[in-house]
Design a protein around this ligand. Structure first.
Ligand SMILES: NC(=O)C1=CN([C@@H]2O[C@H](COP(=O)(O)OP(=O)(O)OC[C@H]3O[C@@H](n4cnc5c(N)ncnc54)[C@H](OP(=O)(O)O)[C@@H]3O)[C@@H](O)[C@H]2O)C=CC1
Ligand SMILES: CC(=O)C(=O)O
Ligand SMILES: [Mg+2]
Length: 577
């Protein structure tokens, strides 16, 4: 007789296979099916696989299923076969569920453990794989070579993306090996710019759910929803509500591509276990009419919830996350619109281990880029004048961290260092006469100056040494703007940070050509090296992807429970070269 231990299972389902003695492991079924709504623990929403009182014999398990009778109600489920095919009655819905011991057919379909043809002879013997694979055994290196070859056959980046996602769903070991070994080539596929197109077409390319979707329909049940996720030892969550996906606007539920992509970098670049990463999309509707009319849209078909309704769902989520995963769970806010992003960060920054990647991660990576650029330019950050196009999350986040760094380097008060930094939004230069009507995060940047509407006029008026684009608007660094920067500076620093490539304020080619090869240029999405005159210019990439996996790893390893500005400064300083 073998008894499955309920508490061990609830804490860590994987422990079940670990608790079998080896001699029993050989005769274990690949699936144990337990069914019946009566097996659901009403108090915490978890399924009770088999209670301490309920036992299944090894014979039952070897035969492929064990039906458990709830000892309290005496009600059993309606499962008739090992695959849990539905024989539910109306008043007794079946909850089909299986626990896979990683062996045999199900092992080949378990992306966490599957190795495909790389299973050795010994593994094929001990994991019941004989006959389920062709006879050849190949190395992981050869698998990587083959996948890379296949991916390179696709001309269309979105096809490469789909091939990568398919691999992630099939064989995680190979997916991460491929990504880690070829990160320069594959980062633009699993991340910006291709992930932007994938989000735009997410409904059409959708084949299997990724991550956890929490919608308005789940109000009051968010904890239950989180508990449906199979992994229990989560260390990092990337969460979006899809309202500002890159520079592409409101993509609603289709924003899920972003947390999925970001978390694949947590593993590939930060070394966090894939099973410890949880992508979450909170669906409160979308204001994108095109999506609402799109028959393939996968989200709620309603306008975005705002105000109290929005705040309550977010609060339930934040509370449930801490309750389920503890104080040290890291939450990364991603691609929220600025009218929520700053408030959420302020509200939860003091109660959770949380940072906003667009505000803080971006700031840190741009600080790294600017500190590095000082080595080419000479002088220090305090000697520079900064002008931003775009005064939202990225723009004001970067501005504030630069001001903090200059203050740290010079001991000047923050109010003084902020005066070196100017921002332009959709209405023009942010100046004190606009103070009353400005959103709160713009107010610190409202300096004394007469109003200026156009960017090129702001460049000529402020005479910046550094121009940074965070507007989400492509081709706004026009020839006139770049030429104005080049006429004011021997080596103008120009960062076009908006993503994806279509939204970049200018291309690498434009920056180098219009400045006659004098610009120090970086962009949010990658550009190829560009030949100009006798030189080849290699543009930098200033993207928070170069910070958040390391920052996150540091936060997790150090056991931090809050994120502070000093950490962002340290991350930026140490990422510079
Ligand atoms: N490289 C990287 O790592 C990162 C890049 N980004 C990119 O930065 C961009 C902006 O993101 P985020 O700051 O979060 O977005 P926000 O919506 O918070 O901010 C956008 C800002 O741009 C301004 N703006 C919009 N259109 C114009 C225009 N035509 N002229 C001048 N200003 C304009 C807006 O003005 P107003 O306030 O008046 O509406 C607003 O201030 C996105 O494309 C995003 O992909 C973001 C994070 C990281
Ligand atoms: C890179 C990133 O986070 C963004 O463009 O939003
Ligand atoms: Mg982002």
């Amino acid at each position: 007789m073998f008894s499955l231990n309920r508490s061990a299972f609830l804490n860590n389902p994987a422990s079940i296979s670990g608790s079998f003695p080896d001699k029993h492991r050989r005769i274990l079924p690949t699936r144990v099916v337990v069914a019946g709504s009566s097996n659901r623990d009403k108090s915490n929403g978890s399924l009770l696989m088999a209670t301490d009182e309920s036992t299944a014999t090894l014979k039952e398990m070897r035969d492929g299923y064990a039906e458990v009778v709830d000892p309290k109600s005496g009600v059993s489920g309606g499962v008739q076969d090992v695959y849990g095919e539905d024989t539910a009655t109306e008043d007794q819905p079946v909850t089909p569920w299986s626990v896979s011991v990683a062996s045999g057919y199900s092992l080949l379909r378990d992306p966490h453990h599957n190795k495909g043809l790389a299973f050795s002879e010994k593994e094929r013997n001990s994991h019941y794989l004989r006959g389920l694979l062709p006879p050849t055994v190949i190395s992981q290196e050869l698998q990587v070579k083959k996948m890379l070859h296949n991916i390179r056959q696709y001309q269309v980046p979105l096809q490469k993306y789909m091939a990568m996602m398919d691999l992630q769903e099939r064989n995680q070991k190979l997916f991460y090996k491929l990504l880690i070994d070829n990160v320069e080539e594959l980062l633009p596929i699993v991340y910006t710019p291709t992930v932007g197109e994938a989000c735009q077409k997410y409904g059409s390319i959708y084949s299997r759910p990724q991550g956890v979707f929490i919608s308005l329909k789940d109000k009051g049940k968010v904890l239950e929803v989180l508990r449906n996720w199979p992994e229990k030892n989560i260390q990092v969550i990337v969460v979006t509500d899809g309202e500002r996906i890159l520079g592409l606007g409101d993509l609603g539920c289709h924003g899920m591509g972003i947390p999925v992509g970001k978390l694949s970098l947590y593993t590939a670049l930060g070394g966090i276990r894939p099973s410890a990463c949880l992508p979450v999309t909170i669906d409160v509707g979308t204001n994108n009419e095109k999506l609402l009319d799109d028959e393939f849209y996968i989200g709620l078909r309603q306008k975005r919830a705002i105000g109290q309704e929005y705040a309550e769902l977010l609060h339930e989520f934040m509370t449930a996350v801490k309750q389920n995963y503890g104080e040290r769970i890291l939450i990364q806010f991603e691609d929220f619109a600025n009218h929520n992003a700053f408030d959420l960060l302020e509200k939860y920054g003091t109660t959770h281990l949380v940072f906003n990647d667009d505000i803080q991660g971006t700031a840190s990576v741009v600080l790294a880029g600017l500190i590095s650029a000082m080595k080419f330019l000479g002088g220090s950050l305090a000697d520079q004048r900064f002008l931003f196009l775009g005064a939202g999350e990225a723009g004001t986040g970067i501005a504030e961290l630069i001001a903090l760094e200059i203050s740290k380097q010079t001991n000047m008060p923050l109010e003084e260092t902020r005066k070196k930094i100017w921002l332009v939004d959709s209405k023009g230069l942010i100046v004190s006469s606009r103070l009353e009507s400005l959103q709160h995060f713009k107010k610190p940047w409202a300096h004394e100056h007469e109003p200026v509407k156009e960017l090129v006029d702001a460049v000529n008026a402020i005479k910046p040494t550094i121009l940074i684009g965070t507007s989400g608007q492509g081709r706004t660094f026009t020839k006139e703007v770049v030429e104005a920067m080049a006429s004011l500076n021997e080596k103008p620093i120009i960062f076009s940070l908006s993503n994806p490539t279509s939204q970049s304020e200018c291309t690498a080619e434009e920056a180098y050509t219009w400045s006659q090869g004098r610009a120090i240029f970086a962009s949010g999405s990658p550009f190829d090296p560009f030949e100009y005159g006798d030189n080849v210019f290699v543009p930098g990439q200033a993207n928070n992807a170069y910070i958040f996996p390391g920052l996150g790893l540091g936060l997790i390893m150090s056991g931090a429970i809050r994120v502070h500005d000093d950490m962002l400064l340290a991350a930026g300083e140490s990422t510079s070269f």
